[in-house]
Ligand binder design. Structure first.
Ligand code: ADP
Ligand code: MG
Length: 369
């Protein structure tokens, strides 16, 4: 279809709220028209955190949370459209990622699955807008990791002939995209983004996140701990790979810290920031093509301490945010799912097999009219 409006909805592993973006897609081009950050009530955030780890009575907790999130995603959409003064009838579709509560690749493991909540029937019913959702599971069924999906959008939005660019999305988990001119050469999750930083400062200072990385900047990286953290199995993998809070969480960190009982909490924070920066840099440096430009998006783009560490680790590549390419770093992921909704409705593939490891391209998601 030629020009049309889409809404993209994203709530990531940081569980910091719902990002909603109004996007105009016109064949190849994608334009951000309006944005809205919708809060998640504290009890919903708590319920998401609780169900993100195996526990009792999961179906009874999951069912109502799925519907409640559907209502919140619908509210986020209607609030966005009110801000933009756009009637729901003018929107072709919503692309809703949903809230991941479990991501367990690889697809060939007997117990592999990925699950995102936020009932799309409820979203479609409340908004009256066709909703496309459940993007990850078809890729996993086709032999892929189901993630990351953003690199295909990064290629569509940011690739330029003759320039090798890296796009790095630093959310709870970090993912990287390497573009060789207009070709998507590789993409994967590099490992933790902000998730360990968030949880560590929540435990020790009761802040939801480390603003500008000030606390990390006040600490000193501990080389012994850094080396141990870098020994996580995930960092030995190459090729298609994706990760989640299943692999990187406080329980894992506590185990790693057993051999380092006397460290100051700020030094641990500094070491965690260094881990994020170095694992992003290493994943990019291991790629067959070296990027000459690097652009960061996601909430980590506002962590100046983290960006400084990344710049040092990846030197001489210059680190900027996607704002330098004309797209506010906060909204790239929500835009991804608006773009994916368009791909699905137009009968076009949404996954990049070179990234996810799927056997072939697939049209992603279910359509709720
Ligand atoms: N000013 C800031 N300073 C440091 N970190 C920030 C700042 N703003 C956002 N963040 C980080 O970004 C995270 C949210 O990023 P986001 O891209 O929404 O991740 P997700 O997709 O996992 O929800 C926050 O939890 C926080 O760690
Ligand atoms: Mg978020």
């Amino acid at each position: 279809m030629a020009e049309a409006l889409y809404v993209g909805l994203m709530s990531g592993t940081s569980v910091d709220g719902i990002d909603s973006a109004l996007v105009r897609c016109n064949r190849g081009s994608v334009e951000l028209l309006a944005t809205h950050a919708h809060p998640l009530p504290a009890e919903v955030r708590t319920a998401i955190e609780a169900i993100s780890h195996p526990g009792d009575n999961e179906i009874e907790r999951l069912g109502p949370l799925d519907r409640e999130l559907g209502r919140l995603f619908a509210d986020a959409t209607l609030a966005l459209l009110a801000t933009a003064a756009v009637p729901p009838g003018a929107v072709r579709a919503i692309g809703s990622h949903g809230q991941t509560v479990r991501h367990r690749p690889p697809c060939d493991a007997a117990d592999s699955f990925t699950l995102q909540l936020g009932d799309p029937n409820t979203i479609a019913e409340i908004t009256g807008i066709t909703t496309v959702a459940d993007f990850r599971r078809r890729d996993m069924a086709a032999g892929g990791e189901g993630a990351p999906l953003a690199p295909a959008f990064h290629a569509a939005a940011f690739a330029r002939p003759g320039i090798n660019r890296a796009i790095v999305n630093i959310g709870g988990i970090a993912n990287i995209t390497l573009l060789e001119g207009e070709t998507l050469r590789m993409g994967c999750d590099s490992g933790p983004g902000n998730t360990l930083l968030d949880h560590w400062i929540q435990r020790h200072r009761q802040h939801s996140y480390d603003r500008d990385g000030q606390w990390a900047a006040a600490g000193t990286v501990q080389p012994g701990l850094l080396h141990q953290l870098q020994g996580h199995d995930y960092f030995t993998r190459s090729g298609p790979r994706s990760s989640g809070k299943e692999a990187f969480n406080l329980a894992w960190l506590d185990e790693q810290l057993r051999g380092f009982p006397d460290l100051a909490a700020a030094d641990v924070q500094a070491t965690l920031a260094q881990l994020t920066a170095e694992t992003i840099a290493r994943a990019l440096q291991a790629a067959p093509v070296i990027a000459s430009e690097l652009y960061v998006c996601g909430g980590g783009a506002y962590n100046s301490d983290l960006l400084r560490r990344l710049e040092t680790a990846i030197a001489p590549v210059r680190v900027q945010t996607t704002a330098a390419l004309g797209i506010d770093p906060d909204w790239v992921e929500a835009m991804t799912f608006a773009w994916l909704a368009q791909r699905t409705l137009d009968g076009l593939a949404g996954n990049a097999p070179a990234v996810t490891g799927a056997t072939a391209e697939r049209i992603l998601g279910g359509i709720y009219c």
